[in-house]
Structures are given as structure tokens and as C-alpha cells.
Design a protein around this ligand. Structure first.
Ligand code: F0G
Length: 461
């Protein structure tokens, strides 16, 4: 047998086409930042050099996916591409019925409206912005049941996405199972820093929910990345394929919402998947009101084709190893430089701990927002805030929510940037770290009602 050789995480592809980017000057960036009200979401893409705002819809598609785009069957009803997508989802994820949607939050809207009644509570492993909002708009209340370790950036628990079964039991005892339409289980928990949940935890959650006849709805946006960590860290899974682990996760749940713009390597797309026949009939009726006919749900035929191919590529072992490998490469480099980051390094990005980076700023001076501005100013690297601004206000008191995690997310798009880009990002953050004492806080001068982090504006204090 050939001896195992040590090899790094290098990409299982070569580059066929490039997109030129503008390398801006400090003066240009200063003006752009002021114009954007110190919110990186309001910057123009042309003013950005390396764009780590999000991994959503920013992946590079493969030549096969682009070929799929040319195979679009743009029939209003019964598009060939829908059936290919349906078959692919059934094969890799195992869900019985699918309803395509234009992206993840549209699926969240439908499932929330169909399953949540006024006064219901939805326990979940940490909130996600759009998911929680749709639960609230449907009359429900989100209750966080993730393990405590997830709220501590320095805790190196290998499965910080796990659900605390005692917390979940307490929610069931307090409100009663009839008030809980489902448990919202996310894989590779975004707001915790891309942290995975273990399969043994999911089995335990399934056992507990079965006891009370409570459903599990899976936010499977980054399920393949979660599966990679299970293979890497959970005992008994090192010999299983990522594809098999993905399937095992999905099989433990009753349905899923998917933002296909992440794991599944497309620029637009999503779906709702359910096993229950009656729920499916309702969802498929509702999608025609908000998205489009049930065989396209807001997507073009060509988008569904690219998605079907993207799903297949997303569970490829070499792909996922390189994808997470690149994120960990950047994370390790920052750790070596002494930069405070969330540990362990997550799957879709590296998260800077802004409370530790800027200890002289109180949380109401928006340290993560200020830090993301400063990084942009230094190098044209665009990152985003994941702290007090993202957490919004408490619905009852109207006061800011003060999350323990005050983070800047360096989100790595899939198959887009090189190792040299990662080096430049690390160099820039090191530079900003060296003059961190001079960084001042911000005040919010405009605050939109919903999902304020997208459109809020700030001024320097
Ligand atoms: N669930 C998770 C875990 C997400 O990360 C996102 C989007 C959604 C649902 C909503 O999906 O954007 O397709 O409507 N996250 C993006 C991000 C926006 O930057 O993290 P969508």
C-alpha cells in the first residue's frame, strides 16, 4: 500500500476565468466609508478589494454549473431542472418533498407561517437573524438552548453548536410540548462562529423530541461543513464519507430550510424540504402566493440546474477539505499573530473577538462595527459585524440585546480567493491590531425597524 504522505489542503480545481478588482487608495476608502455611514453593507462592491462580507451567494461556480446554466428549461410549469433538483435533494439529503424558493429566508417565511401559532415558542441552537424574525412575525418567540460554551469565544469545545438537553427539557416543562411546534436545529451554527453540532447530540435531541412528539426543523444552510467537522472530530465517523454524514444528519430531522447560496455553491437559490405530506401540500400552495409556481419558486430553471450540480459538488471530500482548510489556514495565522479570535476556527469564516480586540470600547459603542470599518479603511478588506447591532432590540423592553459574542466576521467565499489573499487579510488585521488603542467607537444615527445591521448608519463618537 502507498505510504500516507503529508499534503496541505490545496484546492481541487484550477482557475479558468478571473474577475479583475479595483485596488483603492486610502483616501478613496475613507470617503467611501463615510458615505456608507460606517456600515460595510452600504459600501459599493467596486470600492472593495477582498470581499469577506459574507459567504452567501458569493461562491465561484464550476464549469459544470455554468454548463448547467445553459441547460435551463424555462417552462413556467414542470421545468426539467426542477425534477433534477428534486431528485438530487432526495438523493443527498433524503427529504421527501421539496418546495424551491429564491433563497433561505423565503423558506423560513413559509415554514414559520405554516407551523407557528401566536404564543408558541421555538427553541433553537442560537438565533439566526432572519430565522428569528420570521418566527416572531408568525407570533412565536425564539428561546436559545445552545450549550453555554457557544457563548464563550475562548472555549475550545469541539461541538459548540450542540443543544443543551437540560435547557431544552426546561423549555418543554415551562411551556408544554403543545406550545412548541418544532425545535430549530442549525448545522454549522453561523452566529456562534460556524460551530458544528455532533451527531450524538442530534440523536439525543431526536430522542427527547420524539418523547413529546415535537418536530425538528433543520437549518441546513451549511450542513456539509458541519459534516466535515463530524468526520474530523467525532469518534466513529472518520471512515464515513461527508455525503453519508450529511444524509445521517438530515434523516434525524423532519424538514429543512436551505439557503443554497452557501454550501450548495450557487449565487441564488434555496428550498424548503419536508417529509410530512399534509405540510407539503400547504407549503406548495403558499409558495405560489409569495414566490412562484411550485416547480420554480422564484428561481429560473437555469438556477435550479446550477443548484442541483452544486449540491453534488458540495459533498465532495476534496472540495470540503479545501474549503474548510482555507478558513482554518487564515484562522491559524491570526492566532499565531496573537489576534483574539473565536476558537475553534469555524467552517465558513474566522470571527474576531472585538471585545478583546478593543477592550477600551463598551458594547454600546459598537466595537465590532468600529473594527470592521477600521479593517476596511486599512486595506479595502470588507468584513461584517456580528454583535450588538446584529442582535437588534428586545421586543418587550425596546432596549438593545447585549449578546456575549461581539464579533467581526471574516467570511470566506467558496472557491474565490487564494492563499495570498488570506495572507493580505492577516497582514491588514495585524496592522490594525497594532494601533488598536487609537480606534474610537461609533454611535448609531439611523436605525431601520427590521434586521437593522443591513441598513443602519453610524457616525464616529
Ligand atoms: N440561515 C442561516 C444559517 C444563514 O446563514 C442565512 C443567511 C439564512 C438562514 C438566510 O438565508 O440569506 O438565503 O435568505 N446568511 C447570510 C450570511 C445572509 O451572511 O450569513 P438567505
Amino acid at each position: 500500500m502507498e505510504k500516507q504522505k503529508k499534503r496541505s489542503w490545496a484546492e481541487p480545481y484550477k482557475i479558468k476565468m478571473v474577475e479583475l478588482v479595483h485596488m483603492s487608495s486610502y483616501e478613496e476608502r475613507k470617503l467611501a466609508l463615510e458615505t456608507a455611514g460606517y456600515n460595510t453593507f452600504l459600501l459599493k462592491s467596486r470600492d472593495v478589494y477582498i470581499d469577506l462580507l459574507t459567504d452567501s451567494g458569493t461562491s465561484a461556480m464550476s464549469d459544470r454549473q455554468w454548463a448547467g446554466i445553459m441547460m435551463g428549461d424555462e417552462a413556467y410549469a414542470g421545468s426539467e431542472n426542477f425534477y433534477h433538483l428534486e431528485e438530487t435533494i432526495q438523493k443527498y439529503y433524503g427529504y421527501k418533498h421539496i418546495v424551491p424558493t429564491h433563497q433561505g429566508r423565503a423558506a423560513e417565511h413559509i415554514i414559520s407561517q405554516l407551523m407557528i401559532k401566536k404564543g408558541d415558542v421555538i427553541p433553537g441552537n442560537m438565533y439566526f437573524t432572519t430565522t428569528k424574525l420570521h418566527q416572531e412575525l408568525a407570533g412565536g418567540k425564539f428561546v436559545d438552548v445552545i450549550i453555554d460554551e457557544a457563548h464563550d469565544p475562548d472555549n475550545e469545545h469541539p461541538f459548540k453548536g450542540n443543544i443543551d438537553l437540560k435547557k431544552l427539557q426546561k423549555v418543554i416543562d415551562t411551556y408544554g410540548p403543545d406550545k412548541i411546534p418544532y425545535v430549530a436545529v442549525a448545522t454549522a451554527v453561523n452566529m456562534a462562529g460556524g460551530q458544528p453540532l455532533s451527531l450524538s447530540n442530534l440523536y439525543a435531541v431526536r430522542e427527547l423530541t420524539n418523547k413529546y412528539n415535537i418536530k425538528i426543523i433543520h437549518d441546513m444552510t451549511r450542513v456539509a461543513e458541519n459534516a466535515f467537522f463530524i468526520k474530523d472530530r467525532e469518534s466513529g465517523y472518520s471512515d464515513k464519507s461527508v455525503a453519508d454524514i450529511v444524509r445521517e444528519i438530515c434523516d434525524l430531522t423532519d424538514g429543512a430550510t436551505m439557503s443554497a447560496k452557501k454550501d450548495a455553491l450557487v449565487n441564488i437559490g434555496g428550498f424548503l424540504a419536508v417529509n410530512d405530506n399534509e405540510l407539503f401540500e400547504k407549503a406548495r400552495n403558499m409558495v405560489v402566493v409569495y414566490e412562484g409556481l411550485h416547480t420554480y419558486g422564484g428561481l429560473a430553471g437555469r438556477d435550479m440546474e446550477a443548484l442541483a450540480i452544486g449540491i453534488t459538488e458540495s459533498v465532495d471530500e476534496n472540495h470540503i477539505k479545501a474549503r474548510v482548510g482555507q478558513v482554518v489556514y487564515l484562522g491559524d495565522k491570526l492566532i499565531e499573530m496573537g489576534i483574539p479570535v473565536v476558537k475553534p476556527i469555524g467552517s465558513h469564516g474566522v470571527f474576531l473577538n472585538a471585545k478583546k480586540f478593543l477592550p477600551h470600547l463598551t458594547q454600546d459603542m459598537f466595537p465590532a462595527q468600529a473594527l470592521s470599518s477600521e479593517i476596511y479603511l486599512d486595506s479595502g478588506v470588507r468584513t461584517m459585524e456580528r454583535g450588538i447591532v446584529s442582535a437588534g432590540r428586545n421586543n418587550e423592553t425596546g432596549k438593545h440585546n447585549y449578546p456575549n459574542l461581539e464579533l467581526v466576521r471574516l467570511t470566506i467565499p467558496r472557491r474565490v480567493y487564494t492563499q495570498a489573499h488570506m495572507d493580505v487579510v492577516a497582514e491588514s488585521i495585524e496592522q490594525v491590531y497594532q494601533h488598536r488603542e487609537q480606534i474610537t467607537g461609533l454611535q448609531m444615527i439611523y436605525e431601520p425597524e427590521y434586521l437593522r445591521f443591513f441598513q443602519a448608519r453610524f457616525a464616529k463618537l
